[in-house]
Ligand binder design. Structure first.
Ligand SMILES: [Zn+2]
Ligand SMILES: [Zn+2]
Length: 591
């Protein structure tokens, strides 16, 4: 029974692609059973960039296998095999798939009368249908990679080998996708972080627990100093609060009820219960709660680079961009009323624009994240509060003139927020920072201030980040700069390279003067050729290399080379220091 002929051109592109991708998965399985007749077949669905198929195989696949399979698939595609659907009874199917444990498991879930299969080129697979007419209609594809995958996604099940294929409608689309992957690989902060020794993850320390190595810690320190200074300038007051609190604190805040899944396990001792904080808010709120406040003290802007702990699923952890322990550039602004909240949110948005401008970040957008009045499980039930908060944030975004889109059901449990979403190298949008208006927690903690009228009033809290967690921001910057950090952030700013041993002493002198100007300098005194020292400094992405020999020592100068290949020739040491200082202090971006 041939599947009734489909007019592919008449289908919407999504469906056409789905059919091609689904069909390609069949062809991949056909090729695999020829390569390894003992292959046990799992499932092979289409995905949004192509398809995959899971197999249990007698041995690990190699890249040579991948090339062979792809070649074999192309042969099948060239032969124009029709896809033919058929219905069989469960009994027949069980016989047919007797040696295929995964198929038998799938069969067990099917109802009699509902078992269908698809045959092409003499290869049959259990299938519900949805193919192209014959193999020649399968679009341009390429087998991309091999990965491990658990049967039905559960760690309790056997591990299978998953072969990924990319498939697009045109060669140009496929090439564009490959280029995007290559770009993502080139920018991947995990790879660059390893090569430049910026950070590390050790299983013994814990998954998602980032260890900042000296070079990465330098970048982080510079960012922290900068943002803290900037915040002090904007009237924030910085505090330091403990990362552990009694669970009581989180019961009052409501995190215990709404957020416990994401928290580390509770610590108990001597009848007391403690938690690692998942958020800094309650700690900052305690500072406010324990003081007397007049309307004149508000807005009060409490800030901290605060460590937080969240039990992210291990499958979600990614380098430094998804971690379990993170340091947030956090602040809680206690405001008198909605008018003050508007001013403060405006100030926050303007500060964001300033900061992202200096960092050279452009690929981000603003999202107004709304609550969902229907969902009383996820969100606190206070329709009036939600309406006020949402309208307020919308107004501020419009006032500052920032383009934004709205998304229902993306708010925090206690209030609406503005999310800043950044495009990552992998082509995804990730929320890095948020601004939230909170009418809820002040009530939970019974916060109050004395108003102009001498009466007690409840303040409103604005929660906000600017540069996100240090982990996420540095991951983003690594990808944005491809490791070529601007001078002010570069872990090593200058490498001094003596041409021969006899120039080491002068090189040390040069380094000393640069260090006096608070520049981060190394002297490469290894017994290597100058060219290879320059190459090593380039690989480490050091912005400046100062080569010194007899002439330079005599003239108190150095031959200046710039990362990326520029050669500025010999310059007097004083002029070099002047130049570097200016570049550093203006936070100039690399061209
Ligand atoms: Zn199928
Ligand atoms: Zn907060």
């Amino acid at each position: 029974m041939p599947e009734s002929r489909v007019d592919l051109a008449a289908l919407p592109q999504d469906e056409r692609l789905n059919r091609m991708r689904h069909s390609a998965a069949h062809v991949l399985a056909e090729a695999m059973v020829e390569l390894m007749p003992d292959a046990e077949l799992g499932i092979g669905p289409p995905i949004d960039t192509g398809f995959y198929y899971d197999f249990r195989l007698p041995r690990a696949l190699t890249n040579e296998d991948l090339a062979w399979l792809e070649e074999r698939m192309r042969k099948s595609v060239g032969r124009k095999h029709p896809f033919v659907m058929g219905s069989i009874t469960k009994g027949e199917a069980e016989k047919l798939w007797a040696k295929q444990p995964f198929k038998l498991e799938l069969l067990a879930d099917l109802e009699e009368g509902n078992v269908t299969q698809c045959t092409h080129a003499g290869f049959t697979d259990l299938c519900r249908g949805g193919h192209v007419n014959d193999t020649s209609e399968i679009g341009p594809f390429k087998l991309m990679s091999i990965a491990g995958a658990y049967w039905r996604g559960s760690e309790k099940n056997p591990q299978l080998q998953r072969v990924y294929g990319a498939l697009f409608e045109t060669e140009a689309d496929l090439a564009a996708y490959e280029q995007q992957l290559e770009e993502a690989r080139r920018r991947d902060h995990r790879r660059i972080g390893r090569e430049l020794e910026l950070f590390a993850l050790y299983d013994e320390v814990g998954p998602g627990h980032v260890v900042w190595l000296p070079a990465g810690a330098t970048i982080r320190r510079e960012l922290e100093r900068w943002i803290v200074d900037l915040e002090l300038e904007h009237g924030y007051q910085h505090v330091v609060t403990p990362v552990v609190a009694k669970s009581e604190l989180y019961k009052i805040s409501g995190h215990w009820d709404h957020y416990q899944e994401a928290m580390y396990p509770v610590m108990e001792r001597d009848g007391e219960e403690y938690v690692l904080r998942p958020m800094n808010c309650p700690h900052h709120i305690m500072i406010f709660a324990n003081g007397q406040h007049s309307y004149r003290d508000l807005p009060l802007r409490i800030a901290e680079i605060g460590n937080m702990h969240r039990w992210e699923k291990s499958g979600q952890l990614t380098g430094m961009s998804r971690v379990r322990i993170m340091s947030l550039n956090d602040s809680h602004i206690f405001c008198t009323d909605a008018e003050q909240v508007e001013q403060e949110v405006e100030g926050v948005l303007r500060l964001m624009e300033e900061v992202y401008g200096i960092l050279g970040l452009k690929k981000y957008s603003y999202r107004l994240s709304l609550g969902d009045r229907e969902d009383k499980e996820k969100y606190v039930d206070n329709p009036e509060m939600w309406a006020r908060g949402e309208a307020l944030l919308r107004r501020v975004l419009q006032k500052v003139g920032l383009p934004f889109h709205e998304a229902k059901g993306e708010a925090a449990f206690y209030g609406p927020k503005i999310d800043v979403e950044f495009a990552t190298a992998a082509g995804k949008d990730e929320t890095l920072v948020t601004v939230q208006v909170d009418f809820h927690l002040p009530g939970q903690f019974k916060l109050e201030y004395i108003g102009e009228d001498g009466e007690r009033h409840q303040p409103i809290i604005v929660h906000r980040g600017i540069i996100s967690t240090m982990e996420r921001m540095v991951a983003l910057l690594i990808e944005e700069y491809e490791g070529n950090f601007p001078l002010w952030l570069a872990p090593t700013q200058v490498a001094v390279i003596p041409i021969a041993d006899r120039h080491v002493a002068y090189a040390e002198e040069v380094a000393k003067e640069l260090r006096a100007a608070k520049l981060r300098v190394t002297v490469d005194s290894r017994n290597e050729r100058m060219q290879s020292k320059i190459r090593d400094a380039q690989l480490k992405k050091v912005p400046y290399m100062l080569v010194v020999g007899d002439r330079e020592a005599e003239a108190r100068a150095a031959a200046v080379r710039v990362r990326g290949g520029g050669d500025l020739g010999a310059m007097p040491l004083t002029a070099i220091i002047e130049r570097l200082r200016t570049e550093r202090d203006t936070k100039a971006l690399v061209p």
